[in-house]
Ligand binder design. Structure first.
Ligand code: CAA
Length: 259
């Protein structure tokens, strides 16, 4: 598929979506969000792809939703815009693919909201993260008021949302907003190393684990544990379970086929 605002690359089981509007620090306009949504669908369909990376071109990951496009929106247009953002992020969350955010620079506003829908977040040491919407006379519209407190707790979330202050990558890691910080020039290599490790696992299990954590943490513990039992029992009708356990007992490396 041909895209205008993003680049999509597929290699060695890894699908990479790179937002490519560096002149506006990869700000998310409607067209870019529609393209990202389409690209997620494209990667989901491709059975050779086992894991996805989301990153940005230039000095930003995503510096937020596009302020030029939002400035004169009516309430109805803003509602449709927010719905588009939410729908894109739900596509990431509901994708069978683990998504790794490689945060190469600013992840602000809608950019910070985007990483929160991903499964693993790796940031370069110079990255800056935050929810500065309050400085624009609004609040986050792509899930920031909801995913942020679930990730870092209500106190820290309210501090970031109410002050609009950005934090550096180390602080983001300390509060549990991201997984790790790497040197700027090592970001893609470090991200691909983790992506390759995940790509070597059973794709059935990466999908199950992602669903269980995402769905399970939004429902009560008893229903969540029942869900785990149901996925666990289904795992025993897969070839990957037989392969994984036989390989262990035969002291071999397993080769998972996703069957
Ligand atoms: N939307 C549109 N354009 C943006 C943008 C955004 N979110 N962020 C940056 N740009 C544009 C700038 O307007 C500028 O364009 P021009 O060259 O035409 O002037 C270009 O990108 C480069 O930006 P700066 O000159 O500002 O770069 P800098 O290095 O001096 O500053 C920055 C970088 C601190 C990230 C600064 O650009 C900034 O504060 N950006 C806005 C961050 C923000 O408020 N994000 C939240 C958006 S609202 C949102 O996301 C709502 C939601 O939840 C749905």
């Amino acid at each position: 598929m041909v895209y205008k605002n993003i680049l999509v690359e597929k290699k060695e089981g890894i699908g990479t979506i790179k937002i490519n509007r560096p002149k506006v620090l990869n700000a998310l306009n409607k067209e870019t969000m529609q393209e990202i949504s389409k690209a997620i669908g494209e990667l989901n369909q491709d059975k050779k792809i086992k894991v996805a990376i989301l990153t940005g071109e230039g000095k930003a990951f995503i510096a937020g939703a596009d302020i030029n496009q939002m400035k004169d929106m009516t309430s109805l247009e803003a509602k449709e815009f927010a719905e588009l953002g939410h729908s894109m992020l739900l596509k990431i969350e509901n994708s069978r693919l683990p998504f790794i955010a490689a945060i190469n620079g600013y992840a602000l506003g809608g950019g910070c909201e985007t990483i929160m829908a991903c499964d693993i977040c790796i940031a370069s040491e110079s990255a800056k993260l935050g929810q500065p919407e309050i400085n624009l006379g609004v609040h986050p519209g792509f899930g920031g008021t909801q995913r942020l407190p679930r990730l870092v707790g209500r106190m820290k979330a309210k501090e970031l949302l109410l002050t609009g202050e950005n934090i550096n990558a180390d602080e983001a890691c300390r509060i549990g907003l991201i997984n790790m910080v790497v040197e700027d020039n090592n970001l893609i290599e470090a991200t691909e190393k983790i992506a390759k490790k995940i790509a070597s696992k059973s794709p059935i299990q990466t999908d199950f684990i992602k669903s269980l954590v995402n769905k399970g943490t939004d429902i009560d513990i008893h229903s969540a544990c029942s869900l785990e039992i149901s996925y666990f029992s289904s795992s025993f009708s897969t070839k990957d379970q037989k392969e994984g356990m036989s390989a262990f007992l035969e002291k071999k490396k397993p080769t998972f086929t996703g069957k």
